[in-house]
Write a protein that binds this ligand. Structure first.
Ligand SMILES: *[C@@H]1O[C@H](CO)[C@@H](O)[C@H](O)[C@H]1NC(C)=O
Ligand SMILES: *[C@@H]1O[C@H](CO)[C@@H](O)[C@H](O)[C@H]1NC(C)=O
Length: 124
């Protein structure tokens, strides 16, 4: 997957995923990092999953003190918004082969977003 960066025009707001391609083992927990930068003191962070040839699917959103995980991602997927480290790492428990996808982190209200690609090895 070629690196793709959709960038909002508000230069104050940005998100960054340093690791572009991440490989993990089936059954293991995985953390996909995302850091953000905003002047908004109450940021909303979103994660989306895009499977090969699929459309990005909304996974979850986080804002200070709360958040919401979409029903189809409940259980194994969550993110931890930390406003002091301005990060919102996505955590996947008990990784499945079907989790191989591109994961987008986005900051509202801009359209700024970035992504990491998760690939897997079926066994050690
Ligand atoms: C994610 O961020 C943490 C803390 O900065 C770091 O220790 C870890 O190596 C990062 N993981 C990846 C896959 O970049
Ligand atoms: C945010 O990160 C800081 C520094 O790593 C840590 O001390 C704090 O407990 C974290 N807060 C949350 C809510 O995870």
């Amino acid at each position: 997957v070629a690196p793709l960066n959709m960038c909002g025009c508000d230069s104050q707001d940005s998100v960054e995923q340093k690791t572009r391609v991440q490989t993990a083992f089936e059954g293991e927990p995985v953390t996909i990092n995302c850091t953000y930068s905003t002047t908004d003191s109450f940021p909303y962070l979103f994660w989306y999953q895009q499977e090969i040839k699929g459309y990005p699917r909304y996974m979850l959103k986080k804002f200070p003190g709360s958040g919401e995980v979409d029903k189809q991602f409940e259980g194994r997927f969550d993110a931890n918004l930390n406003t002091s480290t301005t990060s919102v790492p996505l955590m996947i428990k008990n990784l499945r082969v079907s989790d191989s996808a591109v994961y987008y982190c986005a900051l509202r209200p801009t359209v700024t977003e970035t992504h990491s690609t998760l690939t897997q090895k079926p066994c050690k």
